[in-house]
Design a protein around this ligand. Structure first.
Ligand SMILES: Cc1ncc(COP(=O)(O)O)c(C=O)c1O
Length: 445
């Protein structure tokens, strides 16, 4: 193999494509989480194509990928039946001046999975679905304040969510003042939020669980009870819980029904589709018969474009037929065991850990003092990339085979040997080629 084109050594052609992307696209990417500042310098600058759990860079190197497509591709890239369903929809016309029959078919298919909902509006991404949930809650309650769970990393690129992060440029302070926060598994913080804004909290929004943090017994029930008592709307963001931990999301897993929930990510296996689901009493405010002032709910040209809806129906069929959630769990559990074995023999002690639900495996990286470390995380990613593994986390897909997991385990072992030497050296200097990755939530570059 030409060493200039081995994984982790992008060619001048690949670097030129990367420079072009930065010249033409702010940040060089349409999603900040994919940015150069999130990866070691040796990361493949651009991806050309994917198949199953494999991805090829511009130099033709093949990587085993994890958390495919920002966690939206759970069946693997190019899953044939989904591609065929979306292609058929493309051929039959993607969009019409009157609603398509498919819109009703898709609504039925999704609502079957989410008993808390009676109606649905489809859109294309999670941010717009969550923003619509906020708008609906405000309209239904006549209140202003959005209560966000501050332990959860991302809900939307819109003002009501980004305003409370350091990246608040362009967001008027008066908008920021309309968002309040509470902590996960901390009902006292929820009570404090309601106390701070008496009669003005429109909704609480949170993920019902994180890959590595479950709700404590009584927490979700406590939220449910408080929202009902205070007349606020309970919104579950099921972008990452739905179709990964349970088809019906955390509400099915933990048995607590929100008022409104939002789904996206894996439900189209990478074809753009997301949804807001809720009871008729709320959703009908966006309908044509409400006597209340009309809510201009999600209404976009591409909201119910056919390929996304067709892909979603096929994804649901495959999930049911193949027991995808259970398969993801079995695959993740096997990978956890392999990675844990590698950690145990590596001598890195607690500096690297693997944790979380098997379908949502995360890893943590610490420095020699035991503090979470972006520099050591970047080193770990670098050493995996050099061995053909592109893993911002270890979220598996239905396409990962035992052979992929075994190869990953080999890469992890070798990466940990380097990590161990860097721990002994007390710093990543001399080990890390390029700067450490940075948090996306920073005010300045
Ligand atoms: C929990 C959660 N909610 C909402 C979003 C926003 O979704 P999208 O990126 O599709 O706008 C994300 C995206 O990462 C997410 O993880």
């Amino acid at each position: 193999m030409n060493p200039a084109c081995a994984p982790g050594t992008p060619s001048t052609t690949a670097r030129a494509l990367q420079e072009r992307a930065h010249r033409l696209i702010p940040g060089g990417s349409h999603t900040y989480a994919k940015g150069d500042d999130q990866y070691p310098r040796c990361a493949p600058p651009l991806i050309v194509r994917g198949e199953g759990c494999h991805e090829w860079d511009a130099d033709g190197n093949r990587f085993i990928g994890y958390a495919l497509g920002q966690r939206c591709v759970t069946l693997g890239h190019g899953r044939r039946e989904v591609v065929e369903a979306a292609s058929r929809a493309l051929r039959d016309g993607t969009n019409f001046n009157r609603p398509s029959v498919l819109e009703g078919d898709a609504a039925e298919a999704l609502l079957e999975l989410v008993p808390s909902g009676e109606m649905v509006k489809f859109t294309k991404d999670g941010s717009t679905a969550n923003t619509a949930a906020v708008k609906l809650a405000r309209a239904a309650t006549g209140r202003r304040i959005v209560g966000l769970c501050s332990d959860h990393p991302f809900f939307s690129y819109d003002d009501w969510a980004m305003g409370i992060t350091p990246v608040d440029a362009g967001i008027p302070p008066e908008n920021v003042a309309l968002t309040g926060t509470f902590r996960f598994n901390d009902l006292a913080s929820v009570d404090a939020l309601f106390d701070r804004h008496p009669g003005d909290v429109a909704c609480l929004m949170l993920e019902p669980c994180r890959p590595d943090v479950d709700p404590e017994p009584g927490f979700l029930e406590g939220l449910r009870e408080r929202c009902t008592r205070h007349g606020a709307v309970l919104v579950f963001d099921e972008m990452t819980t739905g179709f990964r931990f349970h088809m019906g999301g955390g509400q099915a897993l933990f048995g607590v029904a929100p008022d409104v929930s939002t789904f996206g990510k894996a439900m189209g296996n990478g074809v753009a589709i997301s949804a807001m689901v809720g009871p008729r009493s709320l959703m009908d405010l966006g309908g044509l018969t409400t006597p209340e002032p009309r809510v201009f709910l999600l209404s976009t040209t591409h909201g119910a474009e056919s390929p996304g809806l067709a892909a979603m129906r096929e994804v649901i069929r495959i999930y049911r037929e193949e027991g995808v959630v259970e398969r993801l769990a079995a695959t993740g559990e096997r990978l956890r065991g392999l990675v844990q074995d590698a950690i145990d023999v590596s001598g890195v002690g607690g500096a690297v850990d693997v944790r979380g639900r098997p379908q949502g495996l995360l890893f943590g990286n610490r420095d020699p003092e035991g503090n979470p470390s972006q520099a050591y995380r970047t080193l770990f990613l670098q050493e995996l990339i050099r061995r053909g593994v592109l893993a911002p986390s270890f979220l598996v897909s239905n396409a990962h085979t035992d052979a992929d997991l075994d190869r990953t385990a080999g890469a992890v072992s070798a990466a940990l040997a380097v990590y161990r030497r860097a721990l002994d050296a007390g710093s990543v200097e001399g080990f890390l080629d390029g700067p450490p990755s940075k948090s996306v939530y920073r005010r300045h570059n």
